[in-house]
Design a protein around this ligand. Sequence first.
Ligand code: NDP
Length: 308
Amino acid sequence: MPTIALISPDFDLRPQAPRLRAALPGHRIAVWPEDDVSDAEIALAWEPPQDVLHAMPNLRLLQGVAAGVDNLIDRTRPGPWKICRVVDPQQPASMEQYVLWAVLHFHRHFDVALANQARQAWRREPPKRTADFRIGVMGMGEIGLKVAEGLARRGYPVSGWSRTLKRAEGVRTFDESGYADFLGQLDVLVCLLPLTEQTRGILDRRTFDALPSGSALVHVGRGDHLVPGDLIDALQRGHLRGAVLDVFPKEPLPEGHPLWSTPGVVVTPHMATMADQDAVLEQALVNIRIAFAGSDDFINQVDPARGY
Ligand code: NDP
């Protein structure tokens, strides 16, 4: 009987098991670690231990349950299996809500108002016009491009930066070579990049120093894009005004970590948006059926060498 494995040490994939069983009679749905998954051809996974994957000689498809696939790829030990991610059509809108909230935090001076409240100080900041508050989105993919267009529709001047040049409505776009020009004209930098060998540590001193003094960071990509010490330093020097951070090199952010208490930093627990579980199931089922029909022409396949 063909086997499909669910492998996730932290994020609970068990609720998908009865749904897969109902949709795929005649298949064995095995939940790691309690069930033997060694004969599975397909695995749905979040942060699967690579040893477990390498002990599955029949594995053909590693199906992610999120937009990002950095949790699935081990560049030092690539496997022969294909890797697919979830592209949830609802995610850009819910990411846009989070990013808009974070942009407003700075644009409408809520950061200053909250700091003033802590000192019982009644001070009104001079308003800044929407048309003068410049936002830059790094990563113009399925999510970033729509977030950029959405913010532009609200009247913000928006720029987008990506490896290859993109076209986006109402958005000024830059490719890789335009990094310094992109950064040099922003009030808020929004990171929506995937985590790859090229983007790891990209939110470092060099990037922060290329931003105008008094600008802010909204980080919703992946924790390892950020060099926390460089951010803390840029905030303490007064070069950056503040940061809204949703993702961290180690999650949960450890108790006592300086980012919890650095003035100007807002911490949220990786909650910007999450792939809807119905969308995960639907896309997994499409790929499972493709696999059992003998093809490997899967939807939402990623390039493991490129990392996204
Ligand atoms: P996509 O893969 O669709 O898009 C990635 C974008 O990043 C592309 O525009 C790509 O450029 C660009 N890019 C990749 N590498 C580089 C590089 N070295 N330099 C410049 N640009 C680069 O990703 P999504 O939009 O679906 O998702 C983006 C990320 O958002 C996810 O990987 C994840 O990290 C994060 N995320 C966070 C969530 C949260 O709750 N905090 C939830 C969901 C996603 P090009 O198009 O030219 O290839």
